[in-house]
Design a protein around this ligand. Structure first.
Ligand code: NAD
Ligand code: ZN
Length: 387
């Protein structure tokens, strides 16, 4: 960029040298299979020659991460191990500071790689710590929850809760790699599986009909005694299709019209109205059901398609209604969301299974249709016209 000279308000010359740069990101999301012994092997190859402190939580440590740590040591990797307290309440600056303190005590160099082994809470904290240490060191994510594998770990964001606000502080810090192994899911409690399935259904409904059909056919595969091959297929497709969508706007600086926001307009209101006693995955399911029934009510979605969507949610054990979801709160949520999305609500509604449209302005959402949709879901828990 050329140096420019111009006149300031007071007439004094102002010299300007504009700086312009773009942020790149390149990383691999990989599907490993511990049954085939490829998990530790793949990680060892990824981190070759570097110091790699593993960061996990006690439950995941006991079930998986300590074994992975021993496996790495046995392969000659310079691994370390630390465990943070788990849980959403522990997703704090304090947790990030503990990781940073440990990195300092271990005199990690800039080539070191933090490895987060755990759910979204763990990988979010590790991403934050990696972005801060020496202004940014590398990190690898090994997600162990379904939500982590298909959502939280595959993008480039990290974050912590602050002063009561979820993810108020955060960063964009791409991982070096993400190693997904659905074998971890075998120890995952049923509700955690459900939460991940909600995010998979989101992708299926909003832009990938074949994924929706995969989940319809594999609803029981995720339960005890389920079908590992169907789980792997579904997880991998969900990952690839979400990445297809995220890739063009990884830093979220290219507009606010994102189909990936399907299910994420009314849900933040529900989560906070419930004091976070309603899990994000359940809240997303309720939001998706409401958006679908609303779309049917205003003639944007065929009623049979709407029925299919709500039926699948219920089949997966996900809720489709909640008493805290009142018309007033929903209207308020639309306004709040518009603030968050640069002035327009851009409510994502399905127009078919696998295809979505945006309702740009909160004012375009007919409050009577919204109230009818809420009442329908509340009365029967079933989709509009299901009956
Ligand atoms: N960075 C992002 O882009 C992004 C996207 C979506 C969500 N998130 C964040 O992710 C977090 C939620 O993640 P989560 O749902 O994974 O929750 P989580 O990390 O709290 O894990 C849920 C529970 O599962 C346990 N667990 C993890 N793996 C297990 C396993 N294999 N077997 C048995 N138990 C296991 C954990 O100990 C924990 O109790 C939220 O804080 C959310 O804000 C981040
Ligand atoms: Zn979500």
């Amino acid at each position: 960029m050329p140096v420019q000279e111009g006149a300031g308000a007071a007439g004094a010359a102002i010299r300007t040298r504009r700086v312009q740069a773009t942020r790149a990101a390149a990383y691999d999301v990989m599907l490993a299979d511990d049954l085939a012994g490829s998990r530790a092997e793949a990680l060892a190859r990824l981190v070759e020659g570097r110091r790699v402190p593993l960061v996990s939580t006690p439950t995941v440590g006991r079930l998986h991460a300590r074994a992975l740590y021993r496996d790495l040591l046995a392969r000659g990797v310079q691994a370390g191990m630390m465990e943070l307290a788990g849980g959403e309440v522990e997703k704090t600056l304090d947790a990030v500071a503990r990781v940073c303190e440990r990195a300092m005590a271990q005199e990690l160099d800039r080539e070191a790689l933090l490895v987060g082994v755990g759910g979204g809470v763990c990988t979010d904290v590790v991403t934050m710590a990696a972005s801060w240490i020496r202004r940014g060191i590398g990190h690898v994510r090994v997600p162990t929850t379904l939500l982590g594998q298909v959502d939280a770990s595959i993008g480039i964001k990290g974050g912590v809760n602050f002063a009561g606000k979820k993810n108020y502080l955060g960063c964009f810090h791409p991982p070096r790699a993400v190693l997904v192994d659905p074998c971890f899911l075998r120890t995952l409690p049923a509700p955690q599986v459900r939460y991940g399935l909600a995010e998979i259904v989101k992708v299926g409904v909003a832009w990938d009909a074949p994924l929706f059909e995969l989940v319809e056919g594999a609803a029981h595969a995720f339960g005890p005694g389920g079908d590992p091959a169907a789980v792997r297929e579904t997880v991998w497709r969900a990952i690839v299709r979400l990445l297809d969508e995220l890739e063009g706007n990884l830093y979220e600086d290219r507009g606010y019209r994102r189909v990936a926001d399907f299910g994420h307009t009314f849900s933040p209101m529900l989560e906070s109205a419930a004091g976070f006693a309603v899990h994000h995955g359940d809240a997303v399911a309720v939001d998706m059901a409401l958006s679908a029934v609303l779309a049917a009510e205003i003639g944007m979605l065929d009623r049979a398609e709407c029925t299919r969507i709500v039926r699948l949610l219920r089949q997966l054990g996900l809720p489709v209604t909640h008493p805290l979801l009142t018309p007033e709160r929903c209207v308020h949520a639309l306004r709040e969301t518009a603030l968050h999305r640069g002035g327009s609500v851009n409510l994502v509604v399905p127009v078919a299974v696998g295809r979505a449209a945006f309702i740009a302005s909160a004012g375009d959402v007919d409050p009577r249709a919204l109230a009818r949709a809420l009442a329908l879901l509340a009365a029967t828990g079933a989709p509009a016209g299901a009956g």
